[in-house]
Design a protein around this ligand. Structure first.
Ligand code: KIV
Length: 278
């Protein structure tokens, strides 16, 4: 049975912390699903950690749908959230509904996420009214990186803090089932978590959020171009994979790979007969 948005919301009521991770492909999704992760985000961070763009801005709907399909195919239990790319929900309500619908219908995701607070509340309401669960995302919103002037902690002044509380409340009222708080000071995310009815999922927002989300490539130490302060590397796969690759190259060059173990045998007499006939 898939985890439902009702179960995710109940986790806040029961005081059970929610773990969420990103995934972008079948094998990784399968792995983390089997490990018991209840929520998977097919994040537009895909653009940076998988596709090699310098931000999330160039990511397209077609790229997101392609990867969402793969993640869904790899999972049996987790609830899959598709991240709506830049400019696929801001231009018009029609666009927002059509693209949210594509995530559910083509991508087979179970919910969508979009960035923005009060200004996105009406869009959220309309998507939710079509039966599509929405996850909000406020604080550092990477799709607005040029407006924000870089990756930084948000809500540090009294005015900015009030704006964030209002954003969270507006999303809550609009019907989101959870809100991502990215790069928000811990005391502010604690306050927001207390003031909204739905779970807050933090990334760089401290321990008082109802849940945490991490980019899988940060968690596994796979993406090393930029490692944010709030990321914890539970493994260092970049080094592990690089070492494995250079071991392989060395063994191929030395002729020590493959050995008998990796080779397929056959009756030598067949080869002898074949040689004679040639
Ligand atoms: O795209 C993403 O991975 C995200 C998370 C950082 C929340 O939006």
């Amino acid at each position: 049975m898939r985890v439902s948005i009702t179960q995710i919301k109940e986790m806040k009521q029961k005081g059970e912390k929610i773990a969420m991770l990103t995934a972008y492909d079948y094998s990784t999704a399968k792995l983390i699903d089997e490990a018991g992760i209840p929520l998977i985000l097919v994040g537009d961070s895909l653009g940076m950690v998988v596709l090699g763009y310098d931000s999330t801005i160039p990511v397209t709907m077609d790229e997101m749908i392609h990867h969402t399909k793969a993640v869904v195919r790899g999972t049996a239990s987790a609830l899959i959230v598709g991240d709506m790319p830049f400019m696929t929900y801001q231009v018009s309500y029609d666009d927002a509904l059509r693209n949210a619908g594509r995530f559910i219908q083509e991508g087979r995701a179970h919910a969508v996420k979009l960035e923005g607070g009060e200004s996105m509340a009406e869009t959220v309401k309309r998507i939710v009214s079509c039966g599509i669960p929405v996850m909000g995302h406020i604080g550092l919103t990477p799709q607005s990186i040029h407006q924000l002037g870089g990756f930084k902690v948000m809500g540090k002044t009294p005015e900015a803090a009030i704006c964030l509380v209002n954003d969270a409340r507006a999303l809550d009222e609009a019907g989101v089932f959870a809100i991502v708080l990215e790069c928000v000071p811990e005391p502010l995310s604690k306050l927001i978590t207390e003031k909204v009815s739905v779970p807050t999922i933090g990334i760089g927002a401290g321990k008082y959020c109802d849940g945490q989300v991490q980019v899988i490539s940060d968690l596994l130490g796979l993406y090393t171009d930029f490692v944010p302060k709030h990321a914890k590397q539970y493994a260092r796969l970049f080094e592990t994979i690089k070492q494995a690759t250079s071991d392989y190259i060395s063994e191929v060059q030395a002729g020590t790979f493959p050995t008998k173990k990796q080779s397929y045998a056959m009756d030598e007499s067949i080869i002898a007969e074949l040689e004679k006939s040639m």
